[in-house]
Design a protein around this ligand. Structure first.
Ligand code: PRP
Length: 206
């Protein structure tokens, strides 16, 4: 299943990212703001657990997100600001990282780094700002399934229709929460209109 968010605040923040005159700090900051909104939506049906807490009026039980059962995984490198935003909110969540690079010529993604532990019984929140062909996300999901993730939800800033179809076809059980589905991919597999290279823009890589 995939969900595109049509809220005016989301649209406005996505369009801020399209402006190439913003610097890397503003780019990362805007990505983080958007990620918090995507996370809010992704967790809207989350079942809470009861915990005893010491309140000003004695010990009481209240409901909380079971953060310890959540694993936040980012696809390096463009997803790093998204990762920071998620773990700032879910402070007890476990973090994992996957290095996946799309080959510039073949456009195929290649996994070169895996620092994700066993995900048995865990909900995985997988973050990657861009879904172009969907190859990187599909590869990441395959790795997470091999690690026995109980459920996988992705947070994405911009996706192409082709990328959404590829991921949904290969992994219909995964939930994608997307800020904006753009028009198409061009012949070089770049999202149109898109943002350009999100990793380069976030970190001023030349
Ligand atoms: C970008 C982006 C995704 C991937 C999307 O990363 O962050 O991970 O490409 O393309 P796909 O859907 O066709 O696989 P890139 O490989 O450029 O690495 P980077 O994060 O280091 O910029």
């Amino acid at each position: 299943m995939h969900r595109e968010l049509h809220h005016p605040l989301i649209q406005s923040l996505v369009n801020t990212l399209r402006d190439t005159t913003i610097d890397a700090f503003v780019f990362r900051h805007t990505i983080k703001e958007l990620t918090k909104l995507l996370l809010y939506e992704a967790l809207c049906k989350e079942i809470l657990i009861g915990k005893n807490v010491l309140t000003w009026d004695g010990e009481k039980q209240y409901s909380y997100i079971n953060e310890e059962e959540i694993v936040v995984v980012s696809v390096l490198r463009a997803a790093l600001p998204m990762h920071e935003a998620v773990i700032d909110t879910l402070r007890r969540a476990v973090s994992g990282f996957l290095g996946i690079k799309r080959d510039e010529f073949t456009h195929k993604s290649v996994l070169h780094y895996d620092r994700v532990g066993d995900c048995r019984g865990k909900k995985v929140i997988l973050v990657d700002p861009m879904v172009a062909t969907g190859g990187s996300l599909c590869d990441a999901i395959k790795v997470l399934k091999a690690k026995h993730a109980q459920s996988i939800c992705t947070l994405n800033i911009i996706a192409s229709p082709e990328g959404i179809s590829a991921v949904m076809q290969a992994h219909p059980d995964v939930e994608m929460v997307v800020a904006k589905i753009d028009k198409k991919l061009n012949e070089n597999k770049f999202i149109i209109p898109g943002l350009g290279d999100a990793g380069d823009r976030a970190y001023n890589t030349l």
